[in-house]
Ligand binder design. Structure first.
Ligand SMILES: Nc1ncnc2c1ncn2[C@@H]1O[C@H](COP(=O)(O)OP(=O)(O)O)[C@@H](O)[C@H]1O
Ligand SMILES: O=P(O)(O)O[C@H]1O[C@H](CO)[C@@H](O[C@H]2O[C@H](CO)[C@@H](O)[C@H](O)[C@H]2O)[C@H](O)[C@H]1O
Length: 461
């Protein structure tokens, strides 16, 4: 616990918990959008630095809230900074705490990011937090910290343009699949992930729990989503040029992404195994439960339940399928293009699932379906909120079809099996993802809702 009157981090607990109750739900990474926070309790408060004008603390907090009438509890990781003088860059990140000391999101402060880097370099525990380095790897000390632009489900920061440190925001008790799968892929010698260098953990709810991980930073990389959007823009800007003649045609990249995904699936299967399972006992039946659940928030989706039921029955008729550990939340934002190859990142699985669910074996078709949905998103998202223009829509659909065909070809060229051969099961997984997206967009980006809604309608027809 903290409390020296000569330190910057003297903010008392009731003030902090009250501020966190307001501040947490407004963060991009807060996972329980649409819920009401009832209380915040500080589980751990570890001091990383404590000086008169500057302090840093690592907090684990338990948030109790009400979501759709039910009480939900989630644990979040909240590194905080305390400064008596604030820079302009830190101003947007302050918590509503009155007093002389400003309290802010610690991961926005390069000095605090550097503290985490140094903790890895020394490999020592900091109070209850353990910093682990992968055998054969090392982290240099004194690496300058830098904030990575985009806010996502977690917060990633850069150390010396060499390493990327991702701190998970929501931390369910247990080892993260991101660390687990990166370690398996290292064992397989996978070239399609950024090598894992270390991870940090603490005991949460009585279990060793991953708090974050550190891996090589692919400095010259471009996110698949950004690259795909650039290509789609070109398609719209040159309406009379056949897509295959455009310099930014995405088919070649889509083919390489397909091959990268197949390599990762192969490597995960080789290290962590595969199981033959009846389609009925895969998560396919849960798709209907998902639709019913989403219909409570987005009632328009209920009309598709009968057609979805028919689709699931067709998928179940395909008997058995092979399951294995998979990525679980694959989309164009989860692939990074480097000059040499495409990398897959962020193996945490679907954010809406529990940790135990995310660690279950599943069909690789779920990842393939995630990519198909993403090509559809990339093709159509510039048309959201625009008056319907059939010629633009036709170009968008052509771009998506071309990219998807190339992705399938790339996947099949490595896997030796073509996902198109399991068409009904693949469609069921696509529907599942589209339904997930309906809820995701309703809660996070309501202006994008028409995108997955259009897909649900198409997939069940
Ligand atoms: N190894 C890496 N090298 C370079 N950039 C990366 C790397 N890993 C992730 N990123 C960037 O960081 C962003 C967030 O990473 P991600 O693992 O998807 O985090 P989150 O769990 O918050 O979604 C990605 O969209 C990507 O742009
Ligand atoms: O933040 P995560 O990467 O864990 O994923 C969540 O957010 C994604 C949006 O950032 C969301 O993806 C959806 O939008 C993407 C475009 O922004 C699109 O490429 C995906 O196909 C679409 O699913 C993802 O579903 C959600 O889990």
């Amino acid at each position: 616990m903290v409390g020296s009157s000569s330190s910057a981090s003297r903010t008392v607990e009731p003030q902090l918990t009250e501020a966190l109750a307001t501040w947490l739900p407004a963060q991009r990474w807060f996972g329980a959008k649409g819920s009401t926070v009832d209380s915040v309790q500080i589980l751990e408060r570890e001091v990383l630095r404590d000086e008169p004008h500057f302090a840093a603390e690592h907090l684990l907090v338990e948030v109790r809230m009400t979501q759709d009438g039910a009480v939900v509890t989630q644990t979040y990781q909240v590194p905080l900074g305390f400064r008596t003088e604030l820079t302009d860059e830190l101003r947007p990140w302050v918590l509503p705490v009155a007093g002389e000391v400003a309290v802010f999101d610690g991961l926005r402060d390069p000095e605090i990011i550097g503290l985490y880097g140094d903790a890895f370099a020394s490999g020592n525990s900091t109070g209850s937090i353990e910093f682990n380095i992968v055998d054969g790897s090392s982290v240099p000390s004194g690496l300058p910290g830098r904030v990575l632009g985009a806010e996502q489900s977690n917060t990633s920061v850069i150390l010396g343009d060499l390493l990327l440190l991702k701190l998970f925001r929501q931390v369910p008790p247990g080892v993260s699949p991101d660390v687990e799968l990166h370690r398996a892929l290292a064992e397989a010698g996978s070239a399609n992930v950024a090598p894992l260098r270390g991870w940090l953990e603490a005991v949460v709810g009585g279990e060793p729990t991953t708090l974050g991980m550190i891996q090589d930073f692919a400095a010259n990389s471009n996110e698949g989503w950004t690259a795909a959007l650039a290509s789609v823009r070109e398609v719209f800007d040159s309406p009379d040029t056949p897509i295959e003649e455009l310099p930014g045609d995405f088919a070649r990249d889509a083919h390489r992404i397909g091959a990268a995904v197949a390599h990762v699936h192969h490597d995960l299967a080789s290290v962590l195994g595969t199981v033959e399972r009846s389609v009925e006992s895969t998560a396919v039946e849960e798709i209907l439960a998902r639709i019913s659940g989403v219909a409570r928030v987005v009632p328009e989706i209920a009309q598709y339940i009968p057609a979805a039921t028919a689709l699931i029955s067709r998928a179940e008729a395909s008997n058995s399928t092979t399951v294995q550990r998979i990525h679980g939340d694959l989309h164009l934002g989860q692939v990074l293009g480097t000059p040499e190859r495409w990398l897959l990142i962020d193996f945490e699985g679907e954010p809406a699932k529990t940790l135990a669910e995310r660690k279950q074996m599943d069909s690789p078709l779920r990842d393939v379906a995630g990519m198909l949905r993403s090509f559809d998103y990339a093709a159509n998202h510039l048309l959201v909120d625009q008056p319907e223009d059939p010629s633009m829509r036709e170009r968008a659909d052509l771009w998506a079809a071309r990219s998807i065909a190339a992705f399938f070809d790339g996947y099949a060229s490595v896997a030796g099996q073509d996902p198109r051969d399991e068409a009904d099961l693949l469609r069921a997984y696509e529907l599942d993802k589209a339904v997930y997206e309906v809820l995701y967009e309703a809660r996070n980006r309501p202006t994008w809702l028409s995108l997955p809604m259009r897909a649900v309608e198409r997939l069940v027809s």
